[in-house]
Design a protein around this ligand. Structure first.
Ligand code: SAH
Length: 345
């Protein structure tokens, strides 16, 4: 049993089953989620015999930092972590005026197949455990020595394809006896798994939902995102409306602009029509070119034009500032390069 994925209630039950007092569960929880210990041996106020029994009964997940790259341009940091079973995942620390934000992976690899994304090229290896998602944030806070105030689940993987573990992760991350990150400072990004968006809405968390849209029509979306073969665009948007109705949280739509593919005036007009009346925010992201595909960024003037068009239709829109270009490349590229290197030897 993975002890770092248990809630305080579950941990209390486990301790009782071992014949321990309830306060031991609180001590343990504090070591795991507040003091961010890397293993039982650090828990010096627990008796040696108890630590030995814990080792016999539980696994303690912690990630090994493999690589850390710091951008000379904007101090963004990219981390590569080794999982207990040997695979690697990547996470990013971004520094903003409003605080430090960590972008985490939710799966090792991904099976969604978005055409412009590097994370999906090798397919899905496996889901990450709640503890493996948490420890990305914990390790970065420890290594950087700076408090993390925001978390975005926008790294490798489709979080709603790992739904139960994601929910557990969110609860532990925002728990008042852990890092206690405000739910309002957490964003989960999805390619649009309709029934899971609806389920998440019913959890009534105060987190932000980001929906990867990338196209303004069903046909165009299908060409960029295979997941669109499973869900109609209108159903995806209905689920987003439902999310807003249940949580009162404005949905963010991500739109990666690809030169000559989805960046025309007509695209902007259609997009505005699609989002009319929806309480939302649009994030335009000039596509990050990846080695394996020949997608290109539109000219900056085209990007600005696209934004102006949307604003004319009174849509809230921002252009995402690109960060850490010199250290990382697009989403999933660092992991991919590392895996290629390891497969050659
Ligand atoms: N699977 C989730 C979260 C991970 S991807 C999702 O699809 O939302 C996070 C965001 O980065 C998504 O909007 C995704 O479409 C986008 N993205 C992936 N590769 C990209 C690239 N090369 N350039 C720009 N955006 C990219």
């Amino acid at each position: 049993m993975d002890i770092r994925s248990l809630t305080i209630e579950e941990l209390t039950d486990q301790m009782t089953a071992l014949g321990e007092k309830a306060f031991r569960a609180r001590q343990l929880y504090q070591w795991m989620h507040e003091k961010l210990a890397d293993g039982f041996d650090e828990m010096t106020n627990l008796p040696k015999e108890l630590r030995a029994r814990l080792k016999e009964n539980f696994t303690y997940t912690h990630l090994e930092p493999e690589d850390r790259r710091i951008s000379a341009v904007d101090q963004t940091e990219k981390y590569l972590f080794r999982l207990p079973d040997g695979d690697v995942i990547e996470s990013v620390l971004m520094r903003y005026h409003h605080g430090n934000s960590v972008c985490i992976s939710s799966q090792a690899g991904c099976r969604m197949g978005c055409r412009f994304c590097a994370s999906t090229i090798g397919g899905l290896t496996r889901n990450l455990l709640p503890s493996e998602m948490l420890d990305q944030v914990y390790q970065i806070q420890k290594i950087s020595g700076e408090r993390v105030s925001n978390v975005v689940v926008m790294g490798t993987g489709e979080p709603l394809d790992n739904y139960e573990n994601l929910l557990r992760f969110l609860r532990l991350l925002t728990d008042e006896h852990g890092l206690h990150i405000s739910q309002r400072n957490v964003t989960v990004s999805t390619c649009g798994i309709v029934e899971k968006i609806r389920a998440l809405a019913e959890e009534k968390l105060q987190i932000t939902l980001a929906l990867s849209l990338h196209a303004s029509s069903q046909e165009k979306r299908r060409r960029l995102m295979p997941v669109a073969n499973r869900y109609e665009l209108s159903d995806v948007l209905d689920a987003c409306r439902y999310y807003f109705a249940c949580t009162g949280r404005r949905v963010t739509f991500e739109y990666s602009l690809v030169g000559g593919v989805n960046d025309t005036d007509q695209d902007a007009r259609e997009l505005a029509g699609l989002l009319m009346g929806l309480n939302c925010h649009v994030n335009l992201i000039p596509v990050n070119p990846i080695q394996e595909r020949d997608f290109v960024q539109p000219d900056p003037a085209v990007v600005q034009d696209f934004k102006n068009k949307l604003e004319k239709y009174r849509i809230n829109v921002t252009i995402r500032r690109e960060m850490g270009r010199d250290i990382a490349g697009a989403c999933g590229q660092l992991r991919r390069r590392r895996k290629e290197r390891e497969e050659q030897v």
